[in-house]
Design a protein around this ligand. Sequence first.
Ligand SMILES: NC(=O)c1ccc[n+]([C@@H]2O[C@H](COP(=O)([O-])OP(=O)(O)OC[C@H]3O[C@@H](n4cnc5c(N)ncnc54)[C@H](OP(=O)(O)O)[C@@H]3O)[C@@H](O)[C@H]2O)c1
Length: 291
Amino acid sequence: MKRQIAIVGKNGRLGAALCQALAEENQVLPFGREELDLREPVWEQLKGVQFDLLINAAAATNVDWCESHEIEALRINGYAVAELGALCAERDARCLHVSTDYVFDGLSSRPYLEEDPALPISVYGKSKRLGEELLLDAHPDHLVIRVSWVFGPDKPGFIDWALDQALNHDNLSAIDDKTSSPTYTLDFVRWIRPFLFELPIGGIVHLCNPGGCTWREYAQWAIDAACLEGVPLKAREVQPITLNSMSSFLARRPPYTVLEIGKFLNLTGLRARPWRDAVQHFVRGKFLGTQ
Ligand SMILES: NC(=O)c1ccc[n+]([C@@H]2O[C@H](COP(=O)([O-])OP(=O)(O)OC[C@H]3O[C@@H](n4cnc5c(N)ncnc54)[C@H](OP(=O)(O)O)[C@@H]3O)[C@@H](O)[C@H]2O)c1
């Protein structure tokens, strides 16, 4: 019999990919904001819904919106996660919750380990850290999965923006003093599989494509990959700019948040392709229409 997996955040970049990928082997119960609004108490909204496992990929993800909406951000990314964790614990179901590299202050000079101190520097980071802590307080078998720079075919993101700029404008620029690790949704949905039922561990695990890059390097590689596919771009060089020059940013961003994924590799025996291979796969699919 198929297991029932509730997925919260069905319209998000990661949530949509999860709903699609896990539906073959499991019975997926997808929840969007219209079925489950995390601003409201979750108990009533999930009354009568049966599931073996719940994955929460929903969040208030706009970092600058969170900075000016602290109460709502703490509710959606923090206290609502606690409620999901408690509800799952009561039903003997595990909760897998997606979190972020923004829980770190970004001052490290090496990739972050799961056990490194989380010292968020923005409301978004604080709200996501609160969610992590409250989820693990609710039950130690719940799992926090930290990702960074999520991209994939289900919802346009940074790469789509960079390629659109390069297609339609003579120049483009991207931040070159902020480094992180891209996470490809099509890889993520494979990596998460063992953690569903085979490896029911609790705690924190990092999942992303290995290797770090700046936003400029990330955009440049996407453009290089598009050029390799013969896409006629107007701009082919991404100019570097600094984080400090982004006057529109309300929230502080951590400058370096590459995630170390050794724990995931050791636990699962899986391999993770480097971020350049993942980005190239995505760009090829985008222009060949195979996504
Ligand atoms: N995107 C990144 O680069 C990145 C980096 C690090 C970590 N993460 C984490 O990865 C997870 C998934 O991110 P993503 O990129 O897939 O985000 P996303 O595309 O912004 O999707 C987030 C989803 O959450 C839903 N949501 C927001 N407020 C809600 C509420 N009050 N009630 C119910 N649902 C609500 C949104 O619903 P609507 O569609 O109705 O707005 C949206 O579908 C999040 O936990 C995020 O913190 C993302």
